[in-house]
Design a protein around this ligand. Structure first.
Ligand SMILES: O=C(O)CCC(=O)C(=O)O
Length: 216
């Protein structure tokens, strides 16, 4: 990837939805990966999410601040070991505000007090179907940070989970922010390219950290 002729350009994928390649440098990626490894440990660690229809999500998940389950938030892991959800660290909220400022400008970040993180781990054939992040009561932008393997991130529209959509390649260190008119757009991960993580990171698979504001 370092051998590319041109650096990848940032791009507005839809109004209010911006991709910033290589936003986290190698050191920041390592720091975030170390934190994810801590968060993944029990209690309230990495778990398989079961959907009401009896299925399971292939990406495993750990939450900070509030525990997400299909389809709501709780203070404890109500669909797992029952432990209190791990706290959301102040430094992660600061990172979220910096991300929004960088991607959408200072106005979009004003008053955005990030208090929830969903950390998704993709290994094997894991992927994520098209869905909306609609269980939050606040409309602050969603911040998405990627570590490890490259994936295809499918960013759709607010009306249906079908086309039109845009496929964006998210690599380790990339930032994607969606807010404003795109806050409730359908999105998903149809493919992860195994073995594409930067070797020096030391991660087999892909981690995605999404930061959200839960609201009252
Ligand atoms: O893994 C990703 O890039 C997307 C994660 C996602 O859509 C979510 O957590 O709601």
């Amino acid at each position: 990837m370092d051998a590319e002729l041109f650096p990848r350009a940032r791009g507005e994928i839809a109004p209010g939805a911006v991709h910033v390649p290589d936003w986290l440098d190698a050191r920041a990626q390592r720091g975030l990966l170390d934190a994810c490894r801590d968060w993944a440990r029990p209690p309230a660690g990495l778990r398989t999410v079961r959907t009401p229809g009896g299925g399971t999500m292939t990406a495993r998940q750990v939450c900070l601040g509030r525990h997400w389950y299909p389809y709501g938030y709780a203070r404890t892991v109500v669909d797992g070991d029952g432990a209190p959800v791990k706290p959301f660290p102040a430094w992660l909220g600061e990172l979220g505000r910096r991300a929004v400022t960088n991607a959408l400008g200072a106005d979009a970040a004003r008053g955005a007090a990030y208090d929830i993180a969903l950390v998704n781990f993709y290994d094997g054939d894991a992927r994520m179907g098209m869905h909306r992040d609609s269980d939050e009561k606040a409309d602050a932008p969603v911040v998405s940070l990627s570590l490890g393997d490259t994936c295809v991130f499918r960013f759709g529209n607010t009306a249906t989970r079908t086309r039109p959509w845009t496929d964006v390649e998210l690599r380790s260190g990339d930032l994607f922010v969606f807010g404003g008119p795109s806050r409730l757009a359908y999105h998903g991960v149809p493919r992860v390219h195994a073995g594409t993580a930067p070797p020096e990171l030391g991660l087999a698979g892909r981690l995605n950290i999404t930061l959200r504001v839960g609201g009252p």
